[in-house]
Design a protein around this ligand. Structure first.
Ligand SMILES: [Fe+2]
Length: 252
């Protein structure tokens, strides 16, 4: 699997504090079945990460993981706050784009209120050749109340990332329901950990996938779609629902 949303870079935001913590997150990811991650540090007022800071830490992790024999690819990225986008130059945006293909940017969906400027921002980014991947909208109360509200955005090309912990209920029932509804409506494209620490509760991509009970969708969300994003390629639409798996040994 590929995890496109992690705070694995050391000492840059509220994620890993030290290189040892970065290694621990990486080791946990490998055990979970993840082969590649995007390092997506916050880029916002309280964590004003620069492209240089992000790039140098990615280089540090690549070197360190190679030395320690940790089989995890680390790609460039950033989690861009809506308010911070205006202060970024076209070159900054390219450098913060996922795997620096200049095609997809991870944009943090606010935790409160409906972001009124989002449609315009997504449109402007699209005009610059960039597609928004919205980070965890299922945690926003407006989306929890009406997940279908994301449909016009998705129809016009915006992508949606759901956080694994949302799906398996660790962030509350309303968040879980919203996450499930987004999958049912085929309004989600990527499942990611948003890992901030090596704690097990933040890393359960495999567990979250198991709750989907839909192999085709799980493969799309954790392998095919994130792989296309890392390549800067066009995304296929999510596969249609296959329904619940048949019980092979059921008596009835
Ligand atoms: Fe995040």
């Amino acid at each position: 699997m590929i995890d496109l949303h992690t705070h694995i870079l050391p000492g840059i935001d509220d994620g890993a504090a030290t290189l040892a913590e970065s290694r621990a997150i990486a080791e946990r990811a490998v055990v979970d079945g993840i082969t590649a991650v995007a390092a997506t540090p916050h880029v916002r007022d309280d964590y004003p990460t620069t492209p240089e800071e992000m790039e140098s830490r990615v280089a540090t992790l690549r070197e360190d993981f190679a030395q320690k024999g940790i089989p995890l690819e680390v790609h460039f990225g950033g989690e861009l706050d809506l308010g911070a986008l205006g202060g970024l130059t076209p070159d900054d945006l390219r450098r913060f784009s996922l795997a620096q293909t200049g095609r997809y940017v991870l944009v943090e969906f606010p935790y409160r209120g409906w972001p009124l400027g989002l449609e315009r921002i997504a449109f402007e980014l699209r005009a610059a050749g960039l597609t928004c991947l919205l980070a965890h909208p299922e945690r926003n109360p407006e989306v929890k109340a009406a997940p279908e509200r994301l449909e016009p955005l998705v129809r016009s090309g915006t992508l949606v990332q759901v956080t694994a912990a949302s799906l398996d209920g660790r962030l509350g029932r309303a968040t879980q329901q919203a996450a499930k509804r987004l999958f049912e409506l085929r309004l989600a494209h990527v499942l990611a950990s948003d890992a901030h620490s090596p704690a097990l509760r933040e890393m359960g991509l495999a567990d979250a996938v198991a709750t989907l009970d839909d192999h085709g969708l799980a493969t799309f969300l954790t392998e095919d779609a994130p792989a296309a994003i890392l390549e800067g390629a066009e995304l296929d639409p999510p596969p249609p629902a296959t329904g619940p798996r048949r019980k092979r040994f059921g008596l009835f």
